[in-house]
Design a protein. Sequence first.
Length: 212
Amino acid sequence: MANAEGLGGLRGEDDLMVLYRGSLPHSFLDLSELEHHASLRRDVDFLHVPGLLQTEDYARALFHYVNPQFSEEEVERWVEHRMKRRGIIEQPQAVPYEAVVHEAALRIKVGDSAAMRAQLDHVLDFATSGHVTVRVIPFTVGGFAGAGSAMVYAGGPVPQLDTVVRDTPHGTVFVDAEAQLSHFRTLFHKVREAAFEPERSRDFIHRLAKEL
């Protein structure tokens, strides 16, 4: 796995900023800096496996599709950065991480069947580690209308310094106003309540992987 020491012994969010400044969007660099200082991370995703849980092949296929104008070198730069960001949940002092993922995101084949099976196995590997919790929202859940609640939630040293990151048609938005944070905390808890418990989620993902 790629890690934050993969290029010239560099490490930390400042080194990522130096390595990728000018070659990646500012929002990507801002997100990696935010993650570096976060006390916890929560993701909600409905269409794709969350970035921190993605394999290289999955991320590569995703970037190729979303940015068809990119050269191979540009795609590899984006993939490399994403893999280095994953260090926050791989390092010995990893931050607590919880992902709520809809069944749709686990069924949409980003890449071929083999790559998708490897991706689901990768999610399972993380889900069995002590600091990563993965919950799945199945298609069959009733009374669920939270598909517009996709978000990245980064906890600060105190709740007042929490930040929510959302992708919008107009770009990436960073939200840190207390009234909005309170709204997104409520949304996260509602989405989490609609999901399977972690053990049942792992069984569900395992079954999906066997179907591929």
